[in-house]
Design a protein around this ligand. Structure first.
Ligand code: FAD
Length: 448
């Protein structure tokens, strides 16, 4: 497998596409099975409805289409026992005023002894949505007291919803704006500027800026050219852009592949949609492959980590099976930097380098917050899952150390692991869909 080096420019043709396709053909069934057929990876708890858009008023951009709706699990008995409210409250860490992570762990330890066999530290749900300093994403709060809903990801596939227009463009524009590192990160409209976010203009200025960027997006023929980092931008900034653009490409692929023909009412692939959004923009497809390599590398790195992870579905046999499945998947991913070499990133350990990493992390957290501005429930669900998945991949690649003996690895929350595997599943399925679209184009050219 040729290295899909993050140093490669968006336009670089990498001979590894065929190899990555071959690898995907091999791995895709494992990923699908894990994401769809295990309780651990197919249920996700998140606060889908109760978080306001922190950046602008989004009341006019709500999507009323039935396809935008998410089916949440309302009945307790539909949720695996371990995650029902009553059980969850047993697993919550002691309530506290957001102690530091280390302190939290210490407080949880005595409680763990009381939890019984097969219930490890990873089963103790987080009870706040504050960031750990190593998080690239605003975490989902899984505790019983959080205003969250359980969703079966398998029952809410990402597909065409009809969410479009100004509301959707404003969100994309805000997401890409985070990539302009020379500009201060977006500031929330009501919250005081925290240490995390750089001082930035007030809300009205942000809103005006968002509107201006939106107009530019609409005016430019290929706004991605404008939003793309310049050639002389540093590697890390280019990677940031590629991750976002690749995520956007995956979403576009899914909506084109599972499209609603509004005349016949039938769902199926829409070749024209694919041609316009992806085929005519090879750099977007390149960014999707880039994301595949990047997320795959993170999952591969978890092989040993998951060995000691407790999957806590309260069904021991299922937990053993789930662990075996993820270890098989991780073990089948070529190890070493063959697929993606993260060691070339964030190599500058001076104050400038450290602040670049912080900036990168804060901007990614902002992208995860922007998801609360998505006016379509289904799109918001998958947007949140995927940003959390990329945030987890970044955390695994850049905060886990490079196999240093004794290096402390952050504990991954259940939601992080679930998001990571489901994000890999989304990218892997998108690559499969693109293979099908390519065959359709080939058939069309042959006049079939
Ligand atoms: P958009 O996709 O809205 O793109 C806006 C501009 O960005 C385009 O003009 C284009 O030049 C540029 N651009 C497009 N793709 C890329 C790329 N890969 N890299 C760089 N630049 C690019 N709709 C659904 O039907 N189902 C969904 O599940 C869904 N999920 C969504 C999730 C999120 C987080 C958001 C913000 C939107 C979602 N949408 C979804 C809406 C969908 O993404 C589009 O916004 C909508 O279909 C309108 O498409 P468009 O052709 O106007 O361009």
């Amino acid at each position: 497998v040729c290295a899909l080096n993050p140093k490669a420019k968006v336009s670089d043709a990498c001979a590894s596409y065929a190899d990555l396709d071959a690898l995907n053909t091999k791995l895709h069934p494992y990923v699908r099975n894990l994401a769809n057929n295990t309780d651990f990876f197919s249920y996700y708890r998140l606060n889908l409805y109760n978080k306001e858009c922190p950046f602008w008023d989004d009341e006019n951009s709500l999507c009323g289409n039935i396809a935008c709706a998410v089916t949440t699990l309302e009945r307790e008995e539909d949720i695996p026992k371990i995650w029902r409210a009553e059980e969850l409250s047993k697993l919550e860490g002691p309530k506290a005023q957001h102690p530091g992570r280390k302190q939290q762990k210490e407080r949880q330890r005595p409680l763990l002894g009381e939890l019984g066999e097969g219930v490890g530290e990873s089963c103790v749900v987080e009870y706040d949505d504050e960031c750990d300093e190593r998080d690239y994403c605003v975490p989902e709060d899984e505790s019983a007291s959080a205003k969250g809903d359980y969703v079966s990801l398998a029952d809410n596939p990402e597909r065409f919803t009809g969410y479009a227009g100004e509301g959707a463009h404003q969100v994309w524009s805000a997401i890409y704006r985070e990539n302009c590192f020379s500009r201060p990160a977006t500031t929330e409209k009501s919250q005081p500027v925290s240490g995390l976010l750089s001082p930035a203009p007030d809300f009205s200025q942000n809103q005006a800026q968002a509107a201006m960027d939106f107009r530019q997006v609409m005016k430019a023929q290929r706004p991605s050219d404008r939003l793309e980092p310049e050639d002389d931008e540093c590697l890390e900034k280019r990677v940031f852009y590629r991750v976002i653009s690749g995520m956007h490409a995956a979403i576009s692929t899914h909506l084109c592949f599972d499209y609603l023909n509004q005349t016949t009412g039938a769902w199926g692939p829409n070749l024209q949609c694919y041609k316009e959004r992806l085929h005519s923009h090879p750099e977007r497809i390149s960014n999707l492959y880039f994301n595949y390599a990047f997320v795959l590398r993170a999952v591969g790195k978890l092989r040993d980590y998951v060995h000691d992870y407790t999957f806590c579905t309260s069904d021991q046999a299922q937990d053993v099976k789930t662990k075996g499945m993820i270890r098989t998947l991780a073990g089948a991913i070529p190890s070493g930097p063959k697929i993606f070499d993260e060691s070339v990133m964030f190599t500058d350990h001076t104050a400038d380098g450290i602040s670049l990493k912080e900036d990168f992390r804060n901007r990614f957290r902002n992208v995860s917050r922007i998801m609360d501005c998505v006016g379509c429930d289904k799109c918001r669900l998958w947007g949140k899952v995927q940003t959390n998945g990329f945030g987890t991949a970044l955390k695994v690649l850049f905060e886990f150390g490079n196999g240093d003996v004794g290096a402390e690895k952050p504990i991954l929350r259940r939601t992080e692991l679930v998001a990571l595997i489901n994000t890999l599943d989304k990218i892997s399925s998108a690559l499969k869909a693109i293979e099908d679209f390519r065959s359709m184009i080939a058939a069309e050219l042959e006049g079939k």
